[in-house]
Write a protein that binds this ligand. Sequence first.
Ligand code: TEU
Length: 564
Amino acid sequence: MENPWWHSGVVYQIYPRSFADADGDGMGDLKGIIRHLDHIAGLGVDVIWLSPIYRSPQDDNGYDISEYQDIDPVFGTLEDFDELLAAVHERGMRLVMDLVVNHSSDEHAWFVESRAGKDSPKRDWYWWRPARAGMEPGTPGAEPNNWGSVFGGSAWEYDPASGEYYLHIFSRKQPDLNWENPEVREAVYAMMNWWLDRGVDGFRMDVIDHISKDTALPDGAVPPGSLYGVGAPHYMNGPRNHEFLHEMHERVFAGRDEMLTVGEMPGVTVEEAIRYTDPARGEVDMVFGFEHVFVDRGPDPWLLYPLQLTKLKAIFGRWQAGLAEVGWNSLYWNNHDQPRVVSRFGDDSPEYRVRSAKMLGAVLHLHRGTPYIYQGEELGMTNAPFATIADFRDIEALGHYAQAVDHEGRSPEDVLTVLRARGRDNARTPMQWDSSPQAGFTTGTPWLAVNPNHTEINAAAAVQDPDSVYHFYRRLIELRHKDPVVVYGDFTMLLPGDEKLYAFTRRHGDAELLVIGNFSGERVRAELADAEAWASAELVLTNAPAPADLELEPWQVVIYRRSA
Ligand code: TEU
């Protein structure tokens, strides 16, 4: 397909649990989303991506699905879903669902049957293994291998009834499906086709680079101070991952050209991304890489490092260059797993919050690729002031805290410092609609506390204020929709060694854009070879008074345009 629609599209992610609660139970729902669709349509976005709304025990907030073809009662019914889908389509937008098929819930009928015994016809639908040779099943260290789970503890759960273990890369309530078994793949494709036939417009595929594993399941290297081995090299981007995604493409997406497919891939390299997104290979349209959100962490994900801008630029530069000819980038700062970007890479103090949020939005949206906005990002929502571990809800935060404090002897205050900066609950505090006591999110008690700064930071105020982050995002989207240089321009990184300025040009035909973002609280002059010429070009968008001689205010961003 030449120039698919999503090249110029912008995606808005909804985390339904935290978006809007229509029935007052403290948890967001589909009717709440329907109520607020005009907020999203008003931004001009093209696609809504919904985090999981399927039936689920909610161990990992819906990323543990017990029935794929139904809606969890917390969120509503299939009728509500159809109403939402129609309302989205009426507004000229599309709806993409979350597809979580690396694992199911342990309460899914497939797993219940698999667990029933070694002779179950579905035994092989999951990864069952006996204890390590020579070890007594169920005793410490007898797990089939040494992998740790992403949420703390072993990646194996012992099942006393059969004397075997099952694999769960995430929580013990998220057993990994065995994609080696063709019946599993057929069942998944049938389910996907069912949703597409119902009218949805594509899928964001959860940890889809985890579906092919090294079937030998070898031990992983054990980092110093850790209790478990790192399994990722053996379960990420495994030997059959491309084959499985190509098969899925054939069985589900062939003949459905308008669908959008996005593979979430925590372990993907740019070289692999080229293969995953090369249209000729028929796998997925784009991937969510993680390199840029791993910029401020080391091999131990639970240590904090300050942002090194040169490193961030090197990563983006490599991805922009790598996918310039073949494939396509997705662009994001935020999602339901990441801390709020204005707190992470910007300055969320009253003085610079709005300005730095706009700068970050502009720098991201002016890259080549499809931008994703996560609910509240368009308001410049910030990280939350979590006081104690009791304020957190996320299984990852609680699992890490228990492992680090109880088993690894780390100090609770140190662990909390990291969770405050990095915890996923930062992204999950309720959407801030207005300044009323629960931010207009619910009339009940919210499942996770509303950020007290909703009195200042909220949608009602932002929509009214022409200088808000919301309207700035709206202008960025408008720019993408009307100017092909934003969509198709080639990308050249400038000043790669500068620790304060993020600068690049985009060129398409005779149009050229210059983007400079100041990632610092100081005034900085951009020392560019043709600075003088640029300074007299058209200033398309900025978030502070127009600069003289490319001398930028703290956290300023400028977008200049000229034609040759
Ligand atoms: O996330 C995959 C993933 O890699 C995250 O666990 C990530 O490593 C972590 O959040 C960083 O803090 C997806 C979903 O987006 C996430 O919400 C789920 O918990 C996870 O898969 C399991 O389904």
